[in-house]
Ligand binder design. Structure first.
Ligand code: IMP
Length: 207
């Protein structure tokens, strides 16, 4: 029998962690979140791009834990706001703001914008580093859509209650997790990351 490979998902965001659990459920992986490592020091997200921040987190947390580490840096880019909140999505309404406060700030920034000018996209960059802090794989996924006028739904996390993916009339927060996972930026970024993880988790005799 094969011992499952340990993989740290470098996040304290329970919503994100749960999505990764579902998206990687077909892999023989022993998944951990940062909550399993209470002494780990937070890696500052000082990069200007999602890829830079995902790489900083993958390297920083793998060096501290010695584990194969997957870090996702993600956010929402709203075209009418020049791409904001972008890499600052988690801090859009201040360092300690809640999802509801960030969403309220976004809706108020878009108050005067009619439906055709509310286009947006979610972006996810995923970096994987080995236990010595060397980046092994980087991938990016995007999901286009638009921002609704009021929050709807209770699934998911973050800006899900106001984001309607293209081709749907429901927000991410109204869709079942399995439906979000078919089209989300994170699922798309994971397509290539999964190919890479497969090479690590399939025993060499079966490749
Ligand atoms: P990160 O931890 O710096 O990557 O923060 C990403 C932030 O972007 C989250 O705190 C959310 O506010 C937002 N975000 C990223 N992905 C999603 C998603 O799938 N749904 C809703 N909000 C998201």
């Amino acid at each position: 029998m094969n011992t499952p490979c340990s993989l740290l998902i470098a996040t304290r965001n329970e919503g994100k962690l749960e999505e990764f659990r579902q998206l990687l459920s077909d892999f023989q992986l022993d998944l951990h979140g940062l909550a399993d490592f209470p002494d780990v020091i937070a890696v500052p997200e000082t990069g200007d791009t999602f890829i830079e921040n995902a790489s900083l987190k993958a390297v920083g947390y793998s060096k501290q834990t010695g584990l194969l580490t997957l870090a996702d840096d993600s956010g929402l880019e709203v075209h009418a706001l020049g791409g904001a909140p972008g890499v600052l999505s988690a801090r859009y309404a201040g360092e300690r703001s809640s999802d509801a406060e960030r969403t309220a700030k976004l809706l108020s920034a878009l108050l005067t914008f009619p439906a055709p000018r509310r286009t947006a996209r979610f972006v996810s960059a995923i970096a994987i580093a080995n236990g010595e802090g060397h980046i092994l794989n980087i991938s990016v996924g995007k999901c286009d859509g638009h921002i609704d006028f009021a929050p709807r739904g209770s699934q998911g996390f973050g800006y899900d209650p106001v984001f309607i993916p293209i081709g749907y009339d429901k927000t991410f927060a109204e869709l079942k997790p399995a439906s979000k996972n078919q089209v989300s930026h994170r699922a798309r970024a994971l397509l290539s990351a999964r190919e890479f993880l497969r090479t690590l988790t399939i025993p060499s005799s079966a490749r």
